[in-house]
Ligand binder design. Structure first.
Ligand code: SAH
Length: 214
């Protein structure tokens, strides 16, 4: 485990690398300089928290690499008062970064244990504008819709889940990786207009009709 000071330096170095790679959104960079990524990974992996790669977080799931977290949040083009739905809380790291860039985040995770752990860390760090809910995020959260932005952190097979598109506010942005076997394309939908942004790898989005998912 590094010292608090070492983590501050590693975070600053990580932000420097993100900037070099073309992430220009100031709010995203500031958020990533602030959120202690080492708190969102298993204790034994804390020293690897600032490498630009995904890490195992248990339950067969991963925390995304910092580069893709930054890229996705920048691509949402959030406003300070945006309400955001995240599908796939995982470690809670992306939700924490998102929470620094908008008004509120509702994050849905199907693994109860991951959701509970993420909730605990987010509370400990005082990120009080994030709520974590257990459930099938491909159904969205109709009781809290519409959302100004929806970020899906797991790979849909063919298209973004229709329920999510229906819960997007007018002019809102949805991001969803689409593809198979961990290889896919990040798709952005806004006002019915679909853009294919870049190649990405994600764990699969497990929907209600796939009971073998857990
Ligand atoms: N954003 C996360 C990484 C997400 S990994 C982070 O920062 O750590 C993808 C997550 O999506 C996994 O935790 C997986 O359990 C979850 N997931 C997969 N299908 C889901 C579904 N239908 N609803 C909610 N969560 C789902």
């Amino acid at each position: 485990m590094g010292t608090a000071q070492q983590y501050v330096r590693r975070r600053a170095d990580m932000v420097g690398r993100l900037r070099e790679r073309g992430i220009a959104d100031r709010r995203v960079l500031a958020a990533m300089a602030e959120v202690p990524r080492e708190r969102f990974v298993p204790r034994e992996l804390a020293d690897e928290a600032y490498l630009d790669r995904p890490l195992r977080i248990g339950a067969g799931q991963t925390i995304s690499a910092p580069g893709i977290v930054a890229y996705m949040i920048a691509a949402l083009e959030l406003a300070a008062d945006s309400s955001v739905l995240e599908v796939g809380t995982g470690s809670g790291y992306a939700a924490a970064v998102l929470s620094r860039c908008c008004r509120s985040v509702l994050s849905v995770e199907r693994h109860r244990q991951l959701a509970r752990r993420a909730h605990t860390v987010l509370r400990e760090l005082g990120y009080d504008n994030v709520a974590v809910r257990v459930g099938d995020g491909s159904e969205g959260a109709p009781d809290c819709a519409p959302f100004d932005a929806i970020s899906v952190a797991a790979m849909a097979r063919q298209t973004p889940p229709p329920a999510l598109l229906a819960q997007l506010a007018a002019g809102g942005t949805l991001l969803c990786p689409v593809g198979r076997s961990h290889r896919g394309t990040l798709v952005r939908v806004r006002d019915g207009h679909v853009e294919r942004l870049q190649a990405v790898a994600f764990v699969p989005l497990i929907t209600g009709d796939q009971p073998n998912g857990s």
